[in-house]
Design a protein around this ligand. Structure first.
Ligand code: SF4
Length: 698
């Protein structure tokens, strides 16, 4: 235990802003957080950050492995050797019976870069499986795919967040940072904001209070709205033709899909008044003329079965205005999970190897295999994406075992009831977690692992900035780190111990070598440079300076030009009908994070938002026979959930909203649609057709 008065500078365990904080040790040995100065948070923390140390000491913290001998038995405490021997024995038996792809791995955008890297390596070498993906697929994969096709490279924000604060105008599409990342609003106080969101969110209120705009499209129609803004920008004379000619390809092909979207036409589909569309185009266009505007997207645009095309439509608008690749303007994605950026770069994605390399690229396979000391032909190919993997579990030809790290898909995956059934059908489910989460409770083996402040590692924030999480306290006795778990399992599966080191800095050095020459090159990220300052925006090549601003001279496509993508509006995968007449959309609350496994255990956060609610327009509620505070039942084609009614006069009449941090009968994801984007494989979290009716009081 650290002595009283000790303090460690580190970063918040939650979102991709990665606010800096000091963890101070009190007289009783307990840690408490206070903000530290850092470019993203500028000395601020949200309530999750302030209370983050409380997660370390939750009463139901696991400190011994748990094992269920068979499906009908309860989980009982065992020692580590018993748990690890059991897992290895079962994995080897299943692999001998059905081949390596019978074993699968599910990771997380919350894992450090070192763990993400080690998990991908473990899957491909120790298990020999192609079946690995992670919950980041549910986060910003559509923006990543759209960024790749437009710019040839995906770094969420290809500029420092501090640049945004000096812009004249910022358009936020499907992002609500006032609720999800409050310190970010410090960067958004000066610009006029244009908020695109079906709800009058906290961010939309800030925009309106400061002379900006709030455009509230019907959920699932923002692709058409983005096309219409492109239309208005062209008609109103704001296209930067010199930039479009000099730095891009494909404008006319993209325009063909925007040409029909006159604002009046768009109003009929989206419900956004035509004059608001024209006003937004003028506001953006004038700022773009001064190279002083940004377009930022969030989950609201991305979590759709057409999420990649929707983000492409926003990028097309940015390109037409001449924003990307210029100082003072640009396009960026506001990544959500703490290591949503780094988590997608180092090999825990089904189709990738470290360094953001494609797993089916022979040169990438050669390079990584050389670093790993194996034959490139021994590396498996691409596997299933996150939902496809979860949905295949226990089915003929699908995996019969899963190892799950840092994720709680029973709450966070779409069609959560179906995911729960699939997980429960496995021959072996192993969960590494710090508590018995809703998913861990289904497992055959639960491994108690260290938390963020109990181990060191690196994270990559929403600006592609690599930073150091520092250990502030040892883990409780009996708890191991994920790296120690992977190493111990790998050895039991026949791997040499030296191939799976447990020291994070040793893993970082190897990650650097494996990523060298790739798009996300970390070969110059060293403990010394991290200690000297955390301004390491990737690529950070060995011996070279980091890259805070990308694309200033050229984009990453071979011809150096950005690409417009010709994208057309299409309806949501599921539209309301007489049986399910409303649209349900989901989102986040200030006091909770992801599946709530951490934040629902923090008394201060839980007491502020202890249960799920459904936000409904008063007229919509009255039509359903509901009043404020009533218990409502929401039903979709996939399942149902119960929630207290909160009336919101600014809500759309056709749309209800639920936060997704709650479990069981309160889980919003009981309702959500797993229809997948064809490019990113992102599920359609944001549009589900539902029925709203009174529920019996318990
Ligand atoms: Fe900052 Fe996000 Fe942590 Fe809040 S949750 S303190 S915004 S990093």
């Amino acid at each position: 235990m650290n002595p009283p008065g000790a303090s460690t500078r580190t970063h918040c365990p939650y979102c991709a802003l990665q606010c800096a904080m000091h963890l101070d040790t009190g007289a009783d040995g307990r840690l408490s957080a206070r903000p530290a100065d850092f470019p993203t948070n500028r000395g601020g923390l949200c309530r999750k950050g302030w209370t983050s140390a409380d997660v370390l000491t939750v009463p139901d913290r696991l400190t011994r492995p748990l094992l269920r001998k068979d499906r009908d038995s309860d989980l009982v405490e065992v020692d580590w050797d018993t748990a690890l021997d059991h897992i290895a024995e079962r994995l080897l038996a299943l692999r001998a019976e059905s081949g390596p792809d019978t074993v699968s791995v599910f990771g997380s955008g919350g894992l450090t870069n070192e763990k993400s890297y080690a998990l991908g390596k473990f899957a491909r070498l120790a298990l020999g499986t192609s079946q690995i993906d992670y919950n980041g697929r549910f986060c910003m994969s559509s923006a990543a795919a759209a960024g790749m096709r437009a710019f040839g490279l995906d770094r969420g924000m290809p500029f420092p967040l501090t640049d945004v604060g000096s812009a004249e105008v910022v358009l936020l599409a499907g992002a609500n940072p006032a609720e999800t990342m409050p310190p970010m609003m410090g960067h958004l106080s000066a610009p006029a904001l244009i908020v695109i969101d079906p709800r009058r969110t906290a961010t939309a209120r800030v925009a309106l209070d400061n002379g900006g705009l709030h455009l509230a499209p019907r959920p699932g129609t923002d692709l058409a709205l983005a096309l219409s803004l492109l239309h208005a920008v062209r008609v109103q004379g704001w296209v930067d033709t010199d930039y479009v000619t000099a730095r891009t390809n494909g404008f006319e092909q993209a325009w063909e899909h925007a040409a029909a979207w006159w604002p009046e036409q768009t109003e009929l589909l989206t419900g956004v008044p035509a004059e608001q569309i024209r006003a937004a185009a003028d506001l953006l266009g004038k700022a773009a003329r001064n190279h002083s505007a940004y377009i930022l997207t969030g989950r609201g645009t991305e979590q759709h079965a057409k999420g990649t095309d929707t983000v492409s439509a926003w990028i097309n608008l940015a390109l037409a205005l001449g924003l990307p690749g210029r100082a003072g303007s640009g396009y960026g994605c506001i990544t959500g999970q703490g290591n949503g950026q780094g988590g997608r770069e180092h090999g825990q994605k089904a189709d990738q190897l470290p360094g953001y390399r494609k797993i089916d690229d022979p040169a990438a396979r050669d390079h990584v295999a050389r670093v790993w000391g194996v034959d490139p032909d021994s590396l498996p190919g691409p596997g299933r994406s996150a939902f496809e993997l979860l949905d295949a579990l226990g089915t003929p030809g699908g995996p019969r075992a899963m190892l799950l790290f840092g994720s709680n898909p029973v709450v966070s995956a779409p069609d959560a009831g179906r995911v729960r059934e699939r997980l429960a059908s496995l021959d072996l489910l192993v969960a590494a977690d710090f508590v018995l989460s809703e998913t861990a409770a289904l497992a055959d083996v639960v491994l108690p692992v260290a938390q963020w402040a109990e181990e060191s590692g690196t994270m990559t924030n929403l600006e592609g900035r690599v930073l150091r999480r520092r250990r502030a306290t040892p883990p409780p006795e009996g708890v191991r780190t994920d790296l120690e778990v992977l190493s111990a399992l790998a050895v039991r599966l026949g791997q040499p111990a030296e191939r799976f080191p447990t020291e994070p800095d040793t893993v970082l050095a190897e990650l650097g070598a494996a990523s060298a020459g790739g798009a996300a090159d970390y070969s110059g990220v060293t403990p010394e440079r991290l200690a000297a300052g955390e301004a390491l925006h990737w690529p950070v090549r060995a011996g070279q300076e980091p890259t805070p601003r990308l694309f200033l001279d050229s984009f990453a496509h071979p011809d150096g030009r950005a690409r417009f993508t010709a994208v057309a509006h299409r309806p949501a995968a599921e539209e309301p009908d007489s049986e399910f007449p409303l649209i349900a959309t989901t989102g986040r609350l200030m006091g909770h994070y992801q599946s709530g496994a951490q934040t629902r255990r923090v008394p201060e956060l839980n007491s502020a938002e202890p249960e799920v609610y459904v936000e409904v327009h008063p007229d919509t509620a009255a039509r359903a026979g509901l009043a404020a505070g009533d218990l409502a039942r929401l039903t979709s084609r996939r399942g149902h959930t119960s929630a207290r009614v909160r009336l919101e006069p600014t809500a759309r009449l056709d749309t209800v909203f639920m936060p997704f941090h709650y479990a069981g009968a309160q889980a919003a994801n009981n309702l959500t649609n797993p229809a997948l984007d064809p490019t990113s494989r992102m599920p359609e979290f944001k549009v589900s057709a539902v029925r709203l009716e009174p529920a019996p009081e318990p």
